[in-house]
Write a protein that binds this ligand. Structure first.
Ligand code: ZN
Length: 371
């Protein structure tokens, strides 16, 4: 059936696309879409425009395709790459998480070709937007109605076992206050209890992972990733980065990236140095935005759910709350914290979402405490 669908899509594009007018999208409004687009099971940012799901053509290079711009002919060529590592999640999270500034696309002077065939495109935010459906020339495009998912499967691309996100996040409203809950030092046995609560309330959080724990608690890590939690880096063996050599510090960060990559198929997006210890050397080798916190629950010290919950609930709009998914008292506190914040009208978001919707740019080596 899929092969037949591919055949029909191919015939459609081969016959129709070369005659399409490339300014078709001119002056259409772009907006949030509740449809999730995937390439080989990796989510790719997509937006609604004129009844179509559109993506940034440039994003495709993160999903195993060659994207080459020729300035002389003003042509953007998208073709299959032989063997490329896929790093889609990182791009998805840092770029524009599940939301997009509304605006108007314009006709583009750039001609976009997919496997040699012209496709409709328009300029937006300095990029060329194309319809996801047009990727049918790169592989098999199909629609999964129960998940409202639009998928491309391209054979021969190196894939890491990574379960697709199946939930549909409601769009984040920038006018409603938001808080980022963060959990350090895991994953652990108690991560599952915390994920149960976050999942139940459709809330998001960021988990700063200790690399050497990733394999032992791979099911918790995988689940966090699958639920759309942001995965950050907390070094490989929880070292004070201000007290180690440059090379060792780098290896602590890349070691966690490799460990997380092995489990989830994605690298980490952010760094939280253990203890919050940071200096100019750490900033120079971090290679990722350095995220601190603005509300410290001291949950490692006070192993009491009531104390942890009351500390966390002092947070307000733009705050980053520090907890640790190592303790049963913290897991118990989360059962109060999450529904309380939601009842108070807060959106619980990841760090990248908080930064994005508060208009804060996360940059490698730059320290963030509150957004
Ligand atoms: Zn820590």
């Amino acid at each position: 059936m899929r092969k037949f669908g591919l055949f029909l899509i191919s015939v459609f594009f081969i016959l129709i696309v070369p005659y399409a007018v490339s300014a078709e999208f001119s002056n259409y409004q772009m907006s949030y879409s509740d449809i999730t687009a995937y390439i080989n099971h990796h989510p790719v940012p997509s937006f609604a425009c004129d009844g179509k799901s559109v993506i940034k053509a440039e994003d495709l290079e993160h999903f195993g395709f060659d994207v080459v711009f020729d300035s002389a002919s003003m042509t953007l060529d998208i073709t299959r790459n032989s063997e490329v590592f896929i790093d889609g999640m990182r791009f998805t999270k840092i770029g524009y998480p599940n939301g997009f500034p509304k605006g108007t696309g314009t006709a583009s002077g750039v001609k976009v070709r997919v496997n040699g065939y012209d496709v409709d495109s328009f300029a937006y935010d300095g990029c060329s937007m194309i319809a996801f459906e047009d990727l049918g020339m790169l592989g098999d495009v199909y629609w999964v109605p129960e998940f409202r998912a639009l998928k491309l499967w391209a054979d021969g691309i190196h894939i890491i076992d990574y379960a697709p996100l199946v939930l549909e996040k409601p769009p984040i409203d920038p006018d409603i206050p938001m808080i980022a809950l963060t959990f350090d030092d895991g994953p652990s046995y108690f991560t599952d209890d915390i994920l149960d609560v976050l999942e139940k309330y459709g809330a998001k959080a960021t988990f700063f992972i200790v690399g050497e724990r990733a394999e032992e608690y791979s099911s918790q890590l995988k689940r966090a990733c699958k639920l759309g939690m942001e995965i950050g880096n907390h070094t490989y063996s929880h070292v004070d980065l201000t007290g180690v050599s440059w090379n060792y510090g780098v290896s602590q960060i890349t070691g966690t990236d490799s460990a997380v990559l092995n489990v989830t198929g994605s690298k980490t997006t952010l760094l939280r140095p253990p203890g919050g210890f940071v200096n100019s050397t750490v900033c120079s080798f971090a290679g990722k935005p350095i995220v601190m916190w603005s509300v410290d629950t001291l949950d490692w010290k006070y192993r009491d759910a009531w104390h942890v919950a009351s500390s966390a609930l002092a947070a307000g709009d733009g705050d980053i709350v520090l907890m640790h998914d190592l303790y049963p008292s913290t897991a118990k506190a989360v059962k109060t914290i999450v529904p309380q914040f939601i009842e108070r009208g807060y959106q619980l978001v990841t760090i990248s979402e908080l930064a994005y919707f508060k208009g804060y740019k996360l940059s490698p080596g730059i320290v963030v405490g509150r957004i």
